[in-house]
Write a protein that binds this ligand. Structure first.
Ligand code: ADP
Length: 489
C-alpha cells in the first residue's frame, strides 16, 4: 500500500471538500449538549473538602457504596473509593444540587462544551456552513455560553408562540438548570487521610459525576414541532443523544412515547424537504431495551446514515441478534477488520440504511447502498476530509476554523491503519469484492452494496480525545451532502 499516495489523497480531498461546503444551505444538529467541568484535585482542595464533614460521616457513607450522588457525602464517598483504588468511575446524579455544591465548594479549572450535538454544532459552525441550527431541548443560559460566538449558528427561540432563529446565547430557556458533568481528576501519590485511615492514590485517574436531571426530556417543544418549517432551508440533520431516553418516566410515559415522537420529528423534517438526509451518531447505550428500540424503531427505515465506533458496532449487532458476529468484532482478533466490515454491512441491511460510517483508530470503513448518487471517489474524499478533522482535533483539542483544521494535514497516516488494511486485502480480493488495484484505491464492490475503506491519520500524543468520533462523523456527513448538492446544482 502506497502511503505517500494516501497522504496526497488526503491533502487533495481536504481542499476539494473545503470548496464544496458553500453548496450546503444548512444543517440541523440535535439534541444533546452538556457542560464538562474539569477539576484537577490538589492536596489543598482535598483537605478543604474533608474539613467540611465529620470524618466518621465520610467513612460511614463509603460503607454504603452509593450508586448515585444524592448529596455531598455521596460524592465524598465515591471520590474516596475511586481514589483508593485509582479506578475511573462514572456515577449519575439526578438533580442539580451537587453541581451547585461543587461550584461553591470546589470550583473547576476549566469547562468545555460536552455532548455530541453541542460538539458537532460548534464544529460545523467553525467549518463555515451557511447555517447551523442547533436544537437542545434543555438549553440553559449557562449552557448557551459554550456555543461558539458565530453568526452562522442558530437555535430556535419561541416568542409569543412564534419560532425565530437566534444565536443560542439569545435563545436559551430561562429558569432551567444546566446539565453539567463534573470530571474530577486526581494524581498518583496523593496522600489521603480521614478518621485515622491513610492511603496513597495508586494511579492517575478520574471520577465523573454525570448529570441526569429528572427534567431531562427528549421532547421537541410543541411550537418548534408545529413550525418546523421555520428552521429551513436545511439539507441535513445530525441527531444524537437518544441514549438519555428512559424506560419509564414519573408521569407514566414510557420510552415508547418518546421513540414515537422522535420518529414523528424525523418524518416531518423529511416531508418538508424530501431530499433531506438524516444522520444518527450512536454512542454506548447500556440499557438493551432502549438500545434495541433506538436501532429498530428510530434508525431503521427512518434514517439514512449512521456513524459509530467499533464497540458500538458490536453492541448494536448484539441486540439485533448477531451475537457471534458481535463477539468477533469486539475480540478484534487478527482479522478483526473483516468482522468489522461484515458487521457494518449487517447493520446497513438490518436497518435499511444508505450509509454506515465506522471509525476506528487508523482506518474508517463506510458501507454504502448500491446506487448512491455519489461515486466511490467522492465518498472517499468525504472520509479523507474527516480524517484530517480528527487529526486536527487530536492535535489542538478544538478546531476554530479551516486554517486550524489544516494542522491535521501534517499528521502522518497510521502504520497500524495501513496494516489493518493489508490484513483485509486478501479477504476482499479472494471474494472478488474488488481487484488488488481497486483495493489500493479503497474501493470495494459487493453484490448488494459498495464500500470505501481508507487508512487515517493518527496523532501519537493527542491533546484531547473527547469528541473526535463526533468530529469524524459530522465532517464526513456534511461533506457528503455538500457534494450531493454540488452535483445537482
Ligand atoms: P468520542 O465519542 O469521544 O468521539 P469515539 O469512540 O466515538 O469517541 O471516537 C473515537 C474515534 O476518534 C476513534 O474511532 C478514532 O477514529 C478517532 N481517534 C481517537 N484518537 C485519535 C488520535 N489520537 N488521532 C486521530 N484520531 C483519533
Amino acid at each position: 500500500m502506497d502511503v505517500q499516495e494516501w497522504e496526497q489523497r488526503h491533502t487533495e480531498a481536504f481542499y476539494n471538500v473545503k470548496e464544496t461546503i458553500p453548496y450546503l444551505d444548512g444543517m440541523l444538529v440535535a439534541y444533546n449538549s452538556n457542560i464538562d467541568a474539569i477539576k484537577h484535585l490538589t492536596e489543598a482542595d482535598l483537605s478543604r473538602l474533608i474539613g467540611l464533614f465529620k470524618d466518621t460521616e465520610i467513612i460511614e457513607r463509603i460503607e454504603t457504596y452509593p450508586r448515585e450522588i444524592k448529596d455531598p457525602l455521596d460524592f465524598m464517598a465515591r471520590l474516596f473509593i475511586s481514589m483508593r483504588e485509582g479506578k475511573a468511575a462514572e456515577i449519575p446524579t439526578h438533580n442539580s444540587d451537587i453541581h451547585e455544591w461543587l461550584k461553591d465548594h470546589l470550583g473547576f479549572d476549566y469547562a468545555r462544551m460536552g455532548g455530541q450535538a453541542g460538539i458537532i454544532s460548534n464544529l460545523l459552525s467553525s467549518l463555515e456552513l451557511k447555517k447551523v441550527v442547533a436544537y437542545i431541548p434543555w438549553l440553559s443560559q449557562e449552557q448557551a455560553e459554550y456555543f461558539v460566538d458565530a453568526d452562522n449558528l442558530f437555535h430556535p427561540k419561541i416568542e409569543n408562540g412564534k419560532v425565530f432563529l437566534k444565536h443560542p446565547r439569545e435563545a436559551f430557556k430561562p429558569n432551567i438548570g444546566s446539565k453539567v458533568n463534573w470530571i474530577i481528576e486526581y494524581s498518583k501519590n496523593l496522600e489521603v487521610s480521614c478518621d485515622g485511615r491513610n492511603f496513597t492514590v495508586p494511579r492517575d485517574n478520574r471520577l465523573i459525576i454525570s448529570s441526569r436531571p429528572k427534567w431531562l426530556r427528549f421532547d421537541v417543544d410543541k411550537e418548534v414541532y408545529e413550525q418546523l418549517d421555520s428552521i429551513f432551508p436545511i439539507d441535513g440533520a445530525m441527531l444524537s443523544g437518544y441514549q438519555i431516553i428512559k424506560e419509564e418516566y414519573e408521569d407514566g410515559s414510557t420510552y415508547k412515547d418518546h421513540v414515537a415522537s422522535s420518529v414523528q420529528v424525523i418524518e416531518k423534517l423529511k416531508s418538508l424537504n424530501p431530499e433531506l438526509r438524516i444522520h444518527v451518531e450512536l454512542t454506548s447505550i447500556q440499557n438493551r431495551i432502549i438500545r434495541k428500540a433506538i436501532l429498530t424503531e428510530i434508525i431503521a427505515k427512518h434514517v439514512h446514515s449512521l456513524g459509530l465506533d467499533t464497540v458500538e458496532v458490536a453492541n448494536a449487532l448484539n441486540v439485533l441478534g448477531h451475537e457471534e458476529l458481535s463477539y468477533l468484532v469486539i475480540m478484534k482478533e487478527e482479522y478483526g477488520i473483516t468482522s468489522l466490515y461484515q458487521g457494518a454491512l449487517q447493520l446497513l441491511k438490518d436497518l435499511s440504511l444508505e450509509r454506515v460510517h465506522v471509525h476506528s483508530l487508523g482506518f474508517y470503513i463506510c458501507i454504502l447502498v448500491k446506487g448512491h448518487p455519489l461515486t466511490l471517489k467522492e465518498h472517499r474524499d468525504v472520509l479523507l476530509f474527516s480524517s484530517i478533522l480528527a487529526a486536527a482535533k487530536a492535535v489542538r483539542g478544538d478546531i476554530g476554523n479551516f486554517m486550524e483544521a489544516e494542522v491535521g494535514l501534517e499528521v502522518p497516516i497510521s502504520n497500524d491503519g495501513i496494516e489493518s488494511l493489508d490484513d483485509f486485502k486478501l479477504y476482499c480480493v479472494d471474494r472478488k469484492l474488488c481487484t488488488l488495484e481497486e483495493f489500493e484505491y479503497g474501493y470495494i464492490y459487493g453484490p448488494d452494496h459498495d464500500a470505501v475503506i481508507i487508512p487515517t491519520k493518527v496523532v501519537n500524543k493527542p491533546k484531547a480525545t473527547v469528541g473526535i468520533g463526533d468530529a469524524i462523523s459530522a465532517g464526513a456527513f456534511a461533506a457528503m451532502i455538500a457534494k450531493m448538492k454540488q452535483k445537482i446544482s
